[in-house]
Every structure is written in C-alpha cells, then in structure tokens.
Design a protein. Structure first.
Lengths: 149, 149
C-alpha cells in the first residue's frame, strides 16, 4: 500500500498508454459531447480540428482510465480528488492516436484537521505517439497517511 | 446563430438537467475510473463517499452532455475549449440524483490575432435535486465573431 509518507515530491511516474479508436470517440461524443465537430469528419473539416477529434472530456476520461488502473494495481491509498486546476487541451486528439500518460508530484501537505489524511498535487501530462503534449492538468488528490505501527 | 457579439457578460443560463443512473455510473467507472469506491457500495462504504458515487469525470461528462445539447440547439458558433480552471468536485454525486446545469458568462475577449474569433469564460455550476452544488468549474470557450454584413 502506498501512503502519503511514500510520495516523493518531484517524482515522475509513467502510468501507461491507451489507443484512441474512432468507434469510442463517436460513442463518447454521442452521449456526452454531441457538438458537430466531434461527430463527423465533414463538420470537423470546417473547424480548427480539421477532422474528427475526441471530446476533450473524453481525453480526460481516457487519461483517468490509465491512471486509475495504475494506482489500483499499486494499491495507492487514494481517496479521490476535490478538484483540478489549469486544465489545458493543448492539441486535438484523433482516432488512431496513442496516448501516453505521465505524472509529476508537485507538492504534498498533511491535513491540519484530520491526522489520518494528507493531500498532494500532481501534474498530469498526456502526449501522443509523436511526443506532442495534448493535455495537461494539475489534480489535488486526497490520500491516507500510514497508520501508526 | 449565436456569435461572440451576442454574449452578455454576467448573463446566467439554465442549460438543462439529467438523471444519474446506477447502470451508467458503473459503466463509466469500469471503463474510465475503476477505483473500488466507484465500483461498489461495499468499497465506497469505507470512504468519504459512503456509498457508490459517480466518478468526478463522469459528472463532468454528464454536464457537458447537457451543455452540448443546449448549445447545439441554440446554434451557438462555438469552436471548442482550450481549457478549464478551478474545477471543484464539491460533493459526491450518487445514482438516483438529478443534476441541474447552470452557467454564467464571466468575461469575453476578442482575439488579438484573428479578427473572426473571440473567446469567453463561463462558470458552470451543477446542483443536485436538493439544490446542493456538486461541481463548479470555469471554462474558456472559443466562438466565432459575427461576419460583416
């Protein structure tokens, strides 16, 4: 189990990768972001995106999928997140892309009111198969402190 | 068509509502956020959430679904978003909840480099059936300027 005490500020972690499929891009967009440029190449061609691209929220969801699988495997004692700062969709994400998810621990703070709890901030950067950063955000994450022996 | 020129700073808009179902909470979590507390009541009972709650990213996706359907219907000339600031998951979202999505235009800025483009910031607040705010964030949105007559 990874606790607050085990986190090293500045440490970088590669969480894993995922492939972006056209089918999933369309399925997510139909359900959660049915703007024309996320539904067809034709509509996207008239925008900055140029061709069908993933909803930014879909990119966030795919990123969380990669992170969640890694932290569950490592048994990190995380308790969810109160929020996100400075989220930037830097470049479009297209069907056929492969996304690589990296994190860096920015800082960590013991809770002032709850002795069994701490929080840390981590900056997540997602790059595509060309090494281009497509998404970056800073999360606040709650985590258990190591129980006294 | 709603263009940059039609946006009123300070204006509040009710975008719509959606119901949170247990089936969809589990489906989203299995795919995009398989942390134990998003997969079962038993695991959630040992956390702050108390019982099965939606992934925060799922709440964002449902919120975007409500907003996207409203702006597509209104033919807002939006061109996507470069990012989000100060996103806060304020309270858990549970199966059976109904979410209401409201927005308020914070400011708007014409593009300095592109005469046909502007951007605005909008603060989105999502409340549940009890009037409790569960999610709040500020988006930056790109939008077309009204073409010269």
């Amino acid at each position: 189990m990874i606790y607050f005490e085990d986190l090293d500020v500045g440490k970088q972690t590669f969480f894993g990768s995922c492939d972006v499929t056209r089918e999933e891009v369309l399925e997510f967009a139909r359900k959660y972001d049915p703007q024309p440029f996320h539904l067809s190449d034709e509509a996207a061609a008239r925008t900055y995106f140029g061709r069908l691209s993933a909803s930014g929220w879909h990119t966030c969801a795919m990123t969380m999928g990669v992170i969640a699988r890694a932290v569950v495997k490592d048994e990190q004692a995380g308790l969810g997140s109160p929020g996100i700062d400075e989220l930037r969709w830097l470049k479009p994400v297209y069907p056929g892309d492969t996304l690589h998810v990296n994190g860096r621990i920015v800082d960590k703070t013991p809770s002032r009111s709850k002795p069994d709890l701490g929080s840390f901030r981590t900056q997540t950067t997602v790059t595509n198969q060309d090494g281009v950063a497509v998404l970056r955000f800073t999360s606040i994450v709650l985590i258990r402190r190591r129980p006294a022996a």
